[in-house]
Write a protein that binds this ligand. Structure first.
Ligand SMILES: O=P(O)(O)OC[C@H]1O[C@H](OP(=O)(O)OP(=O)(O)O)[C@H](O)[C@@H]1O
Ligand SMILES: NC(=O)CC[C@H](N)C(=O)O
Ligand code: SF4
Ligand SMILES: [Mg+2]
Length: 488
């Protein structure tokens, strides 16, 4: 039993988790197969479940499965069940509602005007509030996901045309959303007015493609056309592509953590190459808090580009002093404390030859609860390091995300209640330093953070949320809205 609870809700896991990936193809004979490939490239954004909805000009077909794309969408029989030249897909890591199949996307509904499927990356901060209102007016929800709210808002809109109903719906939701949707005649894409989550437009022959990141265009050989702009709605039909801006223009607030951790390094999101930004982050870190050392060692995988940038700027050799087991996923779930403590060893091991007798600088992208850092510092010491210095390629993570990244609640974030020195003592490092917030802004090409009108969302480092958090403020007053066990 669970309610329609808004994150942070991942009380029992260790790390920053993923978010979601969205993908869509309009106008290609192999639409479903291309979507499966796109989702495979976006697998790092969500590993709990995946789904594809296709349309063949006559009817919709949908396949939604728990687990990885590679385990569910590689068989020809599955792809054959998704006929048509249009398809959208989704990789999920839950942020609102449980992990069960009924919350897996794309979500599908039948409106008076026809079928409609939608895939959402992000998290709505007023979904619970809207859901209560919609239920009072008679809406019957089938899931506990925030995304379903969008469907009910479209269904109950007073407007006639789907585009007007869609715009009506997105004007009522708050928070972060990159959406890809499919109706009988159109594929639609949009980003929330602050552009918190990424969405790019691509082209493959005559087909239009929408994807969370450019790595999903690369895998199918599509060319990158442009980013969808914050607050933009694109409508793709057989006649071509049209663009609408239904919101008042405001300064965008793209998620800084996409650059720090989430996006794939070979992607470009919101106009910047992720790998280059991460290397610049590492260089800023070296300039801000350099230390005498013999070797720079990344904590794989996400610490690697920053460590390369650090090593280049510091003029100290880079080496792979920690090896990662690739058969442990990015989000290995460790259900108990005892197993959790084994967890990091399952994933990482020290490469003794690189470390023994050396003064080591370890570079990781972030510290969430401190579990990874503590284990890795110990591992490197056990491998014979003379000194172990930890350098973190982002500021301390002090606040939870409400915009589609599954973070532990604030109290579980080590930096919410410990100073840098206290964290250094906790992880038993000889020294510890985080990147400054202005260092992070410099790495993405800004002179510094504009504290009056910040150029990015950086709320997990600053607590400065770019939208109101209606549901969270309401928490405690809200009764559970489902009696159905979440797993079903
Ligand atoms: O302080 P903690 O709670 O231990 O979390 C921090 C770690 O979590 C993330 O890595 P993760 O192992 O999730 O993924 P990665 O392999 O992509 O780096 C992040 O890169 C840090 O290494
Ligand atoms: N991480 C995400 O982007 C999740 C999308 C949506 N909020 C869900 O929980 O399904
Ligand atoms: S709070 Fe952090 S992770 Fe969430 S959208 Fe903002 S910058 Fe990204
Ligand atoms: Mg990591």
């Amino acid at each position: 039993m669970d309610d329609f609870s808004m994150l942070p809700a991942s009380a029992d896991d260790d790390h920053l988790r993923e978010e979601c990936g969205v993908f869509g193809v309009f106008g290609h004979d192999d639409a479903a197969a291309l979507t499966a490939l796109g989702l495979h490239a976006l697998q790092h954004r969500g590993q709990e479940a995946a789904g594809i909805a296709a349309h063949d000009g006559r009817q919709f077909s949908i396949e939604r499965h728990m687990g990885l794309v590679g385990d569910n969408f590689t068989r020809k029989a599955v792809i054959d069940r998704l006929p048509g030249r249009r398809a959208i897909g989704h990789n999920r890591y839950a942020t609102t509602g449980g992990v069960g199949l009924r919350n897996v996307q794309p979500m599908y509904a039948e409106f008076a005007g026809g079928g409609f499927a939608v895939a959402h990356n992000g998290n709505l901060t007023n979904a619970m509030t809207l859901k209560r209102e919609l239920q009072r007016r008679g809406s019957l929800f089938q899931s506990t996901s925030d995304t379903e709210t969008i469907i009910h808002l479209i269904a109950t809109s007073i407007h006639g045309q789907l585009l007007d109903r869609f715009i009506d719906a997105i004007r009522r939701i708050e928070g972060a959303y990159s959406l890809v949707a499919l109706s009988e005649k159109k594929m639609m894409g949009c980003r929330d007015p602050l552009g918190v989550r990424p969405l790019v437009l691509g082209k493959l022959d005559d087909a239009h493609i929408l994807a969370s990141e450019t790595c999903a265009l690369d895998i199918i050989g599509a060319s990158f056309v442009r980013d969808i702009a914050p607050g933009e709605v694109v409508i793709i039909t057989d006649e071509g592509i049209e663009s609408f801006f239904p919101f008042e223009r405001q300064r965008s607030r793209f998620c800084m953590f996409e650059y720090v951790y989430f996006a794939r390094p070979d992607s470009s999101v919101d106009g910047r190459g992720v790998y280059e930004v991460r290397k610049r982050i590492g260089a800023e870190l070296a300039r801000e808090s350099g230390v005498d050392a013999d070797v720079i060692v990344p904590v794989p995988d996400s610490g690697v580009p920053a460590a390369i940038g650090y090593a280049e700027a510091a003029g100290i050799p880079f080496d792979l002093g920690i090896i990662r087991n690739h058969y442990v996923g990015r989000t290995f779930i460790e259900p108990t404390d005892a197993i959790r403590h084994m967890g990091v060893k399952l994933k990482h091991n020290a490469n003794m030859g690189v470390i023994a007798g050396k003064r080591v600088v370890l570079v990781d992208d972030s510290i969430v609860r401190g579990t990874t850092s503590m284990k890795i510092v110990q591992m490197v010491r056990d491998a014979g390091a003379a000194e172990v210095h930890m350098r973190i390629a982002s500021p301390p993570t002090t606040d939870s995300c409400f915009y589609g990244v599954n973070t532990p609640e604030k109290a579980k974030l080590i930096a919410s209640h410990m100073s840098v020195q206290e964290i250094a003592d906790f992880i038993k490092a000889d020294s510890l330093a985080f990147l400054s917030i202005d260092g992070l802004y410099r790495a993405v090409g800004e002179a510094q953070r504009d504290n009056v009108a910040p150029q990015f969302c950086d709320a997990c480092f600053t607590g400065d949320y770019p939208t109101r958090l209606a549901d969270f403020e309401d928490r405690g007053k809200v009764q559970p809205l489902t009696r159905l066990a979440e797993a079903s």
